[in-house]
Design a protein around this ligand. Structure first.
Ligand SMILES: [Ca+2]
Ligand SMILES: [Ca+2]
Ligand SMILES: [Ca+2]
Length: 341
C-alpha cells in the first residue's frame, strides 16, 4: 500500500514553493525593503462592524515594515470587529517568528505578510497519514504557501512531551495505520500538551473499520469520541453531503455548508457546534488552557471539496479552525475578506 503522509506532502510542496509570496515577502522584510504586499495591510474589514478598525489600522501601519506585520488582529469569533490584544497600536517594530511580541500589540508572532489568514509563524504538525479517497494537494499546498514554517510531519512517531513541545496546533489524520495502539504514556503526553495550551483537531472517515481505535484513545482524556456507526454516505458518483446545521462559534463563523461522506458521529463531552440530521458531527472542548476540535469526517482535505464545490466554505473552515486552535495570544492574524464568501 502506498502510504503518503499529508505532512510529507506539505514539506515537499513547501520545498518546491519557497518563492511563495509569504516567504518572499518575509525575506524582503528581513532585508529591510518595503514589500508591495505590505501596502495592502488594510484588508481587515470583516463585516460592516469592523470597517472603522480596518481602515484605521491600515492607515496607521501602512508605512511600517511590511505594513501588515503590525496590523492588530481582528477576532471575528468572539465578536466581529473587536481588536484583540487590548487594541494597542504597537511600537512600530516588525514582528518576527521568535515567540516574542516584537511590536507589543499583545500578540506574539502575529505575522501574515500574505494577508491570507494563516499566521506565517504557525507551528503546526500532523499525525498519521493523509486519506486515500481523494487528492489532497490543494489543502497541503495551500497551507505551505501561507506559512513560512510549513507543517511538521509527525507521522507515526511516539508521542512524548519533548516531541510535542513548541507545537501550537496538531491535526490528527488517519492514525489507524501507525502499526501500534497508542500507549497510555502517549495519550498522557498529548493530553498534557493540550492542557498546557495546545490546539488539537481530529479527522475521521478513512474507511477502515478499526480506524476509530487510536484516535478515540487520543480523545479519551477529553471525554469525546467517534461513535461506531458510519453516517452520511454520499453514494457512488454523487457529491458529498452538505452539513448545514451550525451553532455560532469562531470555527463556524461564516460557514453555511461543509461536505462529508461516510463519517462518524461525534459523541460525548464538549459542545456541539455542527450537526446534520440526527447526528452531531463537530464538537469542541477547552480543557484547561487547550482547545480540542473533533470533526466527523476527512473530506475537507480533498481537492474536490476545495475546487469543485463552490457552495462549500472549506478554506474558511480551515482558517477558522486553525485560528481558534492557536493560543489566543500567539500567532493570531486577521481572516481576510477574500476568504469569506
Ligand atoms: Ca505582536
Ligand atoms: Ca515575534
Ligand atoms: Ca500567511
Amino acid at each position: 500500500m502506498k502510504l503518503r503522509s499529508l505532512s510529507s506532502v506539505f514539506l515537499l510542496v513547501f520545498s518546491l514553493a519557497c518563492s511563495g509570496k509569504d516567504k518572499e515577502a518575509l525575506d524582503g522584510a528581513a532585508n529591510g525593503s518595503t514589500s508591495a504586499a505590505g501596502g495592502s495591510g488594510s484588508g481587515l474589514g470583516i463585516g460592516a462592524g469592523s470597517a472603522a478598525n480596518g481602515s484605521g489600522s491600515g492607515a496607521t501601519n501602512g508605512a511600517g515594515l511590511g505594513g501588515n506585520s503590525s496590523v492588530p488582529p481582528i477576532d471575528i469569533g468572539g465578536g466581529i470587529g473587536t481588536v484583540t490584544g487590548g487594541g494597542q497600536p504597537g511600537n512600530g517594530m516588525p514582528e518576527t517568528c521568535d515567540g516574542i511580541d516584537n511590536d507589543e500589540n499583545g500578540i506574539a508572532d502575529d505575522l501574515d505578510i500574505g494577508n491570507d489568514g494563516v499566521c506565517d509563524c504557525l507551528r503546526i504538525a500532523t499525525l498519521g497519514i493523509i486519506g486515500q479517497w481523494g487528492q489532497g494537494d490543494v489543502f497541503t499546498g495551500w497551507l505551505n504557501q501561507r506559512s513560512v514554517n510549513g507543517a511538521i510531519d509527525l507521522a507515526d512517531k511516539p508521542l512524548t512531551d519533548s516531541l510535542l513541545a513548541g507545537l501550537q496546533v496538531i491535526v490528527v489524520q488517519d492514525v489507524s495505520k501507525i502499526g501500534r495502539k497508542y500507549s497510555a504514556s502517549e495519550v498522557a503526553a498529548l493530553r498534557a500538551w493540550v492542557e498546557g495550551g495546545g490546539g488539537l483537531m481530529t479527522l475521521i472517515g478513512y474507511g477502515e473499520p478499526s480506524e476509530r481505535t487510536n484516535v478515540n484513545a487520543l480523545l479519551g482524556p477529553f471525554g469525546i469520541s467517534y461513535d461506531s456507526e458510519p453516517i452520511l454516505p454520499k453514494g457512488g458518483g454523487k457529491p458529498t453531503i452538505s452539513v448545514t446545521g451550525w451553532t455560532a462559534h469562531p470555527v463556524t463563523a461564516g460557514i453555511t455548508a461543509i461536505g462529508v461522506d461516510n463519517g462518524y458521529p461525534v459523541i460525548g463531552a464538549g459542545t456541539v457546534i455542527g450537526h446534520q440530521a440526527q447526528w452531531d458531527v463537530l464538537r469542541t472542548a477547552e480543557p484547561m488552557q487547550g482547545r480540542v476540535l473533533v470533526w466527523g469526517d476527512e473530506w475537507i482535505t480533498y481537492n474536490s471539496e476545495w475546487v469543485n464545490r463552490k457552495d462549500l466554505q472549506v478554506e474558511l473552515f480551515w482558517v477558522n479552525a486553525i485560528k481558534w486552535l492557536t493560543p489566543p495570544k500567539q500567532c493570531q492574524v486577521a481572516i481576510p475578506p477574500s476568504i469569506l464568501r
